[in-house]
Design a protein around this ligand. Structure first.
Ligand SMILES: C[S@@+](CC[C@H](N)C(=O)[O-])C[C@H]1O[C@@H](n2cnc3c(N)ncnc32)[C@H](O)[C@@H]1O
Length: 453
């Protein structure tokens, strides 16, 4: 028996720019409208929508097929969705004006399209054209830079519910001609919409990229803006083997530090409850959070257990930001801060847990050996150390985020990198830890936990 009364396969295929496809014809908007309408008309438990690759009618998309009847619809736009859901999905009556056509004619069209597509692929291959995904990777910086510049200028807050390029340029003090090009590109990327000569923030921009938005991510994205100049030195860093634009973190301007900690906090606040659950609070009364940043993890440990206290050790430039987060969480006194240095010879003693999140990648292997030995001395007997980081596979080629992050450390630190599980295991054993184990969590980072006998 089928698990759903009806199953819709809706094409969402993306093709090279200029080639006809359902996605170029707006399948994403149709799909969103379809899912919303199915829920609105109370059919979510009856109808499953699955996005799929080409149905072969690319010039006439967005296309979809409704099973078990096998009814093919073409040219379905958001304005058609309510009728399909009401008439067909709820009422069992086919919407004939949207049908793709008679079976044999549709089959002939699909065969013709397939032949043309194969011929075009063969011609491209013979001409030695770059594959689309490689071309996209090579030019990926253009989209990234466009969005980063928009954030740097705070374009989305200026555009808001509607503004012309001239008025945005006037507000920002930028060139009207260049501002118009930037705004047009942001429409092409999908972050702005345009009606006549008026630009409007799209839904994603409204949610994340404007002043006062509930999920305002501008400060965190500014951290990526700050990383851009470093990444431009990658070639030189590969030649020299170390960062060439490095400056000490505690010498950077306040604005840099605010953006850095905001970026860390956005991830940490979401991840912290999962991490605390995976680590557990067995035997944990006191936590030392080395380089704890915003304090998100310490706050989560304290929130998870009534008697748990935590101390965040970080640089003098960061601790006031940490304190702000602790106060906002209502944990003043139970989560405390300490100005200190990871390279100090002691962190104190008697802690049940030393938590080291997103720290080891800043260090060289020798610095990590020294830091873990100091962490060992800071623990009470039977205490645990928990490391969270990008943990690479043994050959260091994946996961991809971790392999690329090694380059982020190359361009930004003297000797930092992403490290493998084997490397963490050997440093921990050398420091005296036992029972080293890795815990995989959803997302790009993992945990390595070990105990002090
Ligand atoms: C990548 S952030 C991680 C923050 C936090 N642990 C997290 O996972 O969200 C690195 C942290 O280490 C701190 N840090 C960097 N160098 C340090 C040092 N020498 N001593 C103490 N803290 C340091 C930074 O200020 C920052 O808060």
């Amino acid at each position: 028996m089928e698990p759903f009364r009806l199953h819709i396969y809706a094409c969402d295929q993306k093709k090279a720019e200029g080639a006809p496809s359902c996605s170029a014809n707006g399948s994403a908007q149709t799909m969103e409208a379809l899912r919303r309408e199915i829920a609105k008309q109370g059919l979510a438990a009856d109808v499953q929508v699955t996005t799929c690759g080409s149905l072969g009618l690319c010039t006439r998309g967005p296309n979809m097929v409704v099973y078990p009847e096998g009814v093919w619809y073409s040219g379905v736009h958001p304005g058609d969705v309510e009728e399909i859901v009401r008439e067909h999905l709820a009422g069992g009556r086919v919407v004939s004006r949207l049908l793709s056509g008679e079976g044999p004619a549709v089959r002939e069209e699909i065969d013709g399209n397939r032949k043309r597509m194969l011929a075009s692929l063969k011609a491209r291959d013979e001409a030695g054209m770059l594959p689309d995904d490689l071309q996209q990777t090579v030019n990926g910086f253009r989209e990234s830079r466009t969005v980063l510049t928009a954030i740097e200028l705070d374009v989305f807050s200026s555009v808001a519910a509607g503004a012309t390029a001239d008025s945005v340029a006037h507000k920002l003090g930028t060139s009207p001609r260049a501002t118009e090009s930037l705004l047009n590109a942001l429409v092409a990327i999908g972050l702005l919409e345009k009606e006549k000569d008026v630009f409007i923030d799209g839904p994603v921009a409204r949610r994340y990229l404007v002043a006062g938005a509930e999920h305002d991510a501008r400060a965190a994205i500014m951290h990526t803006v700050h990383l851009w100049p470093r990444w431009s030195t990658l070639t030189e860093c590969v030649r020299k083997g170390t960062a060439v634009t490095r400056g000490r973190q505690d010498e950077r301007p306040d604005e840099w530090t605010e953006a850095f900690i905001a970026a860390m906090h956005r991830n940490a606040a979401v991840r912290a409850p999962q991490v605390v659950q995976a680590v557990g609070l067995d035997g944990v009364r006191s936590v030392l959070d080395l380089g704890g940043g915003s304090g998100a993890y310490s706050i989560a440990f304290a929130q998870a257990g009534d008697g748990v206290t935590a101390e965040v050790l970080d640089l003098a430039s960061v601790v006031p930001i940490t304190q702000r987060h602790i106060d906002e969480a209502g944990l003043t006194g139970r989560v405390t801060t300490r100005v200190g240095d990871l390279h100090d010879e002691t962190y104190g003693s008697g802690y049940d847990l030393v938590f080291i999140s997103a720290i080891c990648h800043m260090n060289s292997p020798d610095e990590n050996r020294a830091m873990l030995a100091t962490a060992y001395s800071a623990l009470a007997p039977a205490g645990r150390v928990v490391i969270q980081d990008f943990i690479l596979d043994a050959d260091k080629t994946g996961p991809k985020t971790g392999a690329l992050f090694a380059l982020n450390m190359l361009v930004g630190t003297r000797a930092g990198s992403s490290y493998s599980e084997e490397e963490y295991g050997s440093w921990l054993s050398e420091a005296g830890f036992r029972d080293v184990r890795r815990i995989r969590l959803p997302g790009p980072t993992a945990l390595v936990i070990a105990g002090r006998p």
